[in-house]
Design a protein around this ligand. Structure first.
Ligand code: SF4
Length: 237
Protein backbone atom coordinates (compact mmCIF):
# COMPACT_ATOMS: atom_id res chain seq x y z
CA UNK A 1 0.00 0.00 0.00
CA UNK A 2 1.29 3.44 -0.85
CA UNK A 3 0.55 6.63 1.06
CA UNK A 4 -2.27 7.81 -1.18
CA UNK A 5 -4.09 4.44 -0.94
CA UNK A 6 -3.86 4.51 2.85
CA UNK A 7 -5.29 8.03 3.07
CA UNK A 8 -8.01 7.16 0.54
CA UNK A 9 -8.96 4.07 2.58
CA UNK A 10 -9.21 6.15 5.75
CA UNK A 11 -11.32 8.79 3.98
CA UNK A 12 -13.66 6.07 2.72
CA UNK A 13 -14.03 4.64 6.22
CA UNK A 14 -14.62 8.02 7.88
CA UNK A 15 -16.80 9.87 5.39
CA UNK A 16 -16.99 13.65 5.06
CA UNK A 17 -17.09 16.41 7.63
CA UNK A 18 -14.88 17.90 10.31
CA UNK A 19 -13.11 15.29 12.34
CA UNK A 20 -10.65 16.30 15.03
CA UNK A 21 -11.05 18.97 17.70
CA UNK A 22 -8.20 20.95 16.15
CA UNK A 23 -9.85 20.91 12.74
CA UNK A 24 -12.98 22.33 14.35
CA UNK A 25 -11.09 24.91 16.42
CA UNK A 26 -9.20 26.07 13.32
CA UNK A 27 -12.50 26.61 11.50
CA UNK A 28 -14.08 28.32 14.53
CA UNK A 29 -11.31 30.92 14.25
CA UNK A 30 -13.05 32.19 11.11
CA UNK A 31 -11.49 33.69 8.04
CA UNK A 32 -10.41 36.94 9.64
CA UNK A 33 -8.65 35.47 12.64
CA UNK A 34 -9.72 36.30 16.14
CA UNK A 35 -7.04 38.75 17.00
CA UNK A 36 -3.45 37.60 16.65
CA UNK A 37 -1.30 39.52 14.22
CA UNK A 38 -1.14 36.67 11.74
CA UNK A 39 -4.17 35.00 10.25
CA UNK A 40 -4.08 32.26 7.67
CA UNK A 41 -6.18 32.18 4.57
CA UNK A 42 -4.63 29.15 2.93
CA UNK A 43 -4.45 25.38 3.16
CA UNK A 44 -6.30 23.44 5.86
CA UNK A 45 -9.01 25.72 7.29
CA UNK A 46 -8.73 29.48 7.36
CA UNK A 47 -7.97 29.98 10.92
CA UNK A 48 -6.46 32.11 13.62
CA UNK A 49 -3.09 30.52 14.52
CA UNK A 50 -3.27 31.96 18.04
CA UNK A 51 -6.56 30.21 18.70
CA UNK A 52 -5.12 26.97 17.30
CA UNK A 53 -2.01 27.31 19.45
CA UNK A 54 -3.99 27.84 22.66
CA UNK A 55 -6.52 25.14 21.70
CA UNK A 56 -3.69 22.67 21.11
CA UNK A 57 -2.19 23.38 24.53
CA UNK A 58 -5.62 22.90 26.11
CA UNK A 59 -6.13 19.64 24.21
CA UNK A 60 -3.33 17.73 25.98
CA UNK A 61 -4.86 14.88 27.95
CA UNK A 62 -8.34 16.18 27.29
CA UNK A 63 -11.32 14.85 25.39
CA UNK A 64 -12.22 16.61 22.13
CA UNK A 65 -15.58 17.96 23.32
CA UNK A 66 -14.03 19.47 26.44
CA UNK A 67 -11.22 21.06 24.43
CA UNK A 68 -13.70 22.61 22.00
CA UNK A 69 -15.97 23.94 24.76
CA UNK A 70 -13.11 25.39 26.81
CA UNK A 71 -11.51 27.06 23.78
CA UNK A 72 -14.85 28.55 22.79
CA UNK A 73 -15.47 29.95 26.31
CA UNK A 74 -11.93 31.31 26.57
CA UNK A 75 -11.98 33.07 23.20
CA UNK A 76 -15.40 34.57 23.85
CA UNK A 77 -13.78 36.39 26.79
CA UNK A 78 -10.23 36.98 25.48
CA UNK A 79 -9.84 37.24 21.74
CA UNK A 80 -6.30 38.55 21.37
CA UNK A 81 -2.85 37.76 22.76
CA UNK A 82 -2.90 41.18 24.46
CA UNK A 83 -6.24 40.49 26.16
CA UNK A 84 -5.20 37.02 27.36
CA UNK A 85 -1.80 38.35 28.47
CA UNK A 86 -3.45 40.69 30.97
CA UNK A 87 -6.21 38.27 32.04
CA UNK A 88 -6.77 37.21 35.62
CA UNK A 89 -5.37 33.70 36.10
CA UNK A 90 -8.23 32.48 38.29
CA UNK A 91 -10.78 33.70 35.76
CA UNK A 92 -8.92 31.92 32.96
CA UNK A 93 -8.81 28.74 35.07
CA UNK A 94 -12.58 29.02 35.60
CA UNK A 95 -13.18 29.37 31.86
CA UNK A 96 -11.06 26.38 30.89
CA UNK A 97 -12.18 24.19 33.80
CA UNK A 98 -12.94 20.74 32.42
CA UNK A 99 -9.69 20.35 30.48
CA UNK A 100 -6.93 18.26 32.05
CA UNK A 101 -4.60 20.19 34.38
CA UNK A 102 -6.61 23.36 33.86
CA UNK A 103 -4.92 25.15 36.77
CA UNK A 104 -1.44 24.61 35.36
CA UNK A 105 -2.59 25.35 31.83
CA UNK A 106 -4.20 28.65 32.84
CA UNK A 107 -0.78 29.98 33.86
CA UNK A 108 0.95 28.52 30.80
CA UNK A 109 -1.41 30.03 28.24
CA UNK A 110 -1.22 33.45 29.89
CA UNK A 111 2.58 33.18 29.76
CA UNK A 112 2.44 32.19 26.06
CA UNK A 113 0.11 35.13 25.35
CA UNK A 114 2.48 37.51 27.16
CA UNK A 115 5.47 36.41 25.08
CA UNK A 116 3.54 36.69 21.81
CA UNK A 117 2.13 40.08 22.76
CA UNK A 118 5.28 41.57 24.28
CA UNK A 119 8.13 40.00 22.31
CA UNK A 120 6.63 38.92 19.00
CA UNK A 121 4.38 41.88 18.14
CA UNK A 122 1.28 39.72 18.53
CA UNK A 123 2.48 37.23 15.90
CA UNK A 124 2.48 33.48 16.46
CA UNK A 125 5.82 32.07 15.22
CA UNK A 126 5.50 30.37 11.86
CA UNK A 127 8.42 27.94 12.21
CA UNK A 128 8.83 24.80 14.29
CA UNK A 129 11.90 26.30 15.98
CA UNK A 130 10.10 29.54 16.87
CA UNK A 131 7.06 27.70 18.16
CA UNK A 132 9.10 25.31 20.29
CA UNK A 133 10.73 28.24 22.05
CA UNK A 134 7.35 29.05 23.63
CA UNK A 135 6.58 27.50 27.04
CA UNK A 136 4.39 24.37 26.94
CA UNK A 137 5.05 23.88 23.23
CA UNK A 138 6.70 20.62 22.23
CA UNK A 139 7.23 19.18 18.78
CA UNK A 140 3.73 17.74 18.41
CA UNK A 141 2.05 21.00 19.43
CA UNK A 142 4.32 23.01 17.11
CA UNK A 143 3.49 20.73 14.19
CA UNK A 144 -0.23 21.01 14.99
CA UNK A 145 -0.01 24.80 14.80
CA UNK A 146 1.82 24.58 11.47
CA UNK A 147 -0.88 22.29 10.01
CA UNK A 148 -4.10 23.59 11.56
CA UNK A 149 -3.07 27.20 12.12
CA UNK A 150 -0.96 28.01 9.08
CA UNK A 151 -1.91 25.33 6.57
CA UNK A 152 1.73 24.25 6.23
CA UNK A 153 3.05 20.77 5.45
CA UNK A 154 3.91 18.97 8.69
CA UNK A 155 3.02 15.70 10.39
CA UNK A 156 2.09 15.99 14.07
CA UNK A 157 2.49 12.58 15.69
CA UNK A 158 0.31 11.72 18.66
CA UNK A 159 -0.45 8.32 20.15
CA UNK A 160 -2.94 7.44 17.35
CA UNK A 161 -0.55 8.35 14.54
CA UNK A 162 2.28 6.45 16.21
CA UNK A 163 0.20 3.32 16.89
CA UNK A 164 -1.48 3.06 13.48
CA UNK A 165 1.76 3.66 11.58
CA UNK A 166 3.40 0.77 13.41
CA UNK A 167 0.38 -1.50 13.07
CA UNK A 168 0.20 -0.87 9.34
CA UNK A 169 3.93 -1.45 9.07
CA UNK A 170 4.76 1.86 7.42
CA UNK A 171 6.91 2.67 10.46
CA UNK A 172 8.89 0.48 12.82
CA UNK A 173 9.60 2.99 15.47
CA UNK A 174 9.80 3.39 19.20
CA UNK A 175 9.16 7.12 19.61
CA UNK A 176 6.84 9.73 18.06
CA UNK A 177 9.87 11.66 16.72
CA UNK A 178 11.09 8.57 14.88
CA UNK A 179 7.58 8.02 13.54
CA UNK A 180 7.43 11.60 12.26
CA UNK A 181 10.70 11.07 10.40
CA UNK A 182 9.45 7.76 8.93
CA UNK A 183 6.14 9.27 7.82
CA UNK A 184 7.75 12.28 6.17
CA UNK A 185 9.70 9.79 4.05
CA UNK A 186 6.68 7.59 3.36
CA UNK A 187 4.03 10.17 2.41
CA UNK A 188 4.31 12.64 -0.47
CA UNK A 189 4.85 16.14 0.89
CA UNK A 190 1.55 17.33 -0.56
CA UNK A 191 -0.26 14.76 1.64
CA UNK A 192 1.45 15.56 4.94
CA UNK A 193 -1.18 18.11 5.87
CA UNK A 194 -3.96 15.48 5.91
CA UNK A 195 -2.12 12.74 7.81
CA UNK A 196 -2.81 13.87 11.39
CA UNK A 197 -6.50 14.61 10.92
CA UNK A 198 -7.17 11.30 9.16
CA UNK A 199 -5.02 9.11 11.42
CA UNK A 200 -6.40 10.60 14.65
CA UNK A 201 -10.02 10.21 13.52
CA UNK A 202 -9.32 6.72 12.16
CA UNK A 203 -7.63 5.81 15.45
CA UNK A 204 -10.69 6.84 17.44
CA UNK A 205 -13.26 5.14 15.28
CA UNK A 206 -11.63 2.15 13.55
CA UNK A 207 -8.06 1.34 14.52
CA UNK A 208 -8.78 1.83 18.23
CA UNK A 209 -6.04 1.27 20.82
CA UNK A 210 -7.91 -1.71 22.27
CA UNK A 211 -10.19 -3.72 20.01
CA UNK A 212 -9.33 -2.39 16.54
CA UNK A 213 -12.19 -3.02 14.11
CA UNK A 214 -10.10 -4.96 11.63
CA UNK A 215 -13.14 -6.78 10.25
CA UNK A 216 -14.53 -3.55 8.79
CA UNK A 217 -11.19 -1.88 7.97
CA UNK A 218 -10.49 -1.07 4.30
CA UNK A 219 -6.74 -1.26 5.00
CA UNK A 220 -6.77 -4.81 6.41
CA UNK A 221 -5.37 -6.47 3.27
CA UNK A 222 -2.15 -4.48 3.54
CA UNK A 223 -1.89 -4.25 7.32
CA UNK A 224 1.02 -5.91 9.09
CA UNK A 225 -0.88 -6.22 12.39
CA UNK A 226 -3.91 -7.79 10.73
CA UNK A 227 -1.82 -10.28 8.79
CA UNK A 228 -0.03 -11.24 12.01
CA UNK A 229 -3.31 -11.69 13.88
CA UNK A 230 -4.86 -13.71 11.05
CA UNK A 231 -1.77 -15.93 10.89
CA UNK A 232 -1.88 -16.59 14.65
CA UNK A 233 -5.57 -17.50 14.45
CA UNK A 234 -4.87 -19.94 11.60
CA UNK A 235 -2.01 -21.52 13.56
CA UNK A 236 -4.29 -22.01 16.60
CA UNK A 237 -6.84 -23.96 14.55
S1 SF4 B 1 -6.57 -3.83 9.87
FE1 SF4 B 1 -6.92 -3.47 12.06
S2 SF4 B 1 -4.90 -2.97 12.89
FE2 SF4 B 1 -4.78 -2.76 10.66
S3 SF4 B 1 -5.21 -0.57 10.29
FE3 SF4 B 1 -7.16 -1.67 10.10
S4 SF4 B 1 -8.07 -1.56 12.16
FE4 SF4 B 1 -5.90 -1.03 12.36
Amino acid sequence: MDGKSILAGMRAALGDGERTALEKISKDGGGSGSGSGNSNGRGRGSSDPFRVLIGTILSHRTRDERTEEATERLFRAYQTPAALASADRQEVARLIRGVGFYNVKSGRIIEVAKIIDRDLHGMVPETIKGLMELPAVGRKTANCVLVYGFGREAIPVDTHVHRISNRLGIARTGTPDETEAALTRFFAREDWIDVNDLFVSFGKRVCRPIGPRCGECPLAAGCKYFKGTAKKQTERK
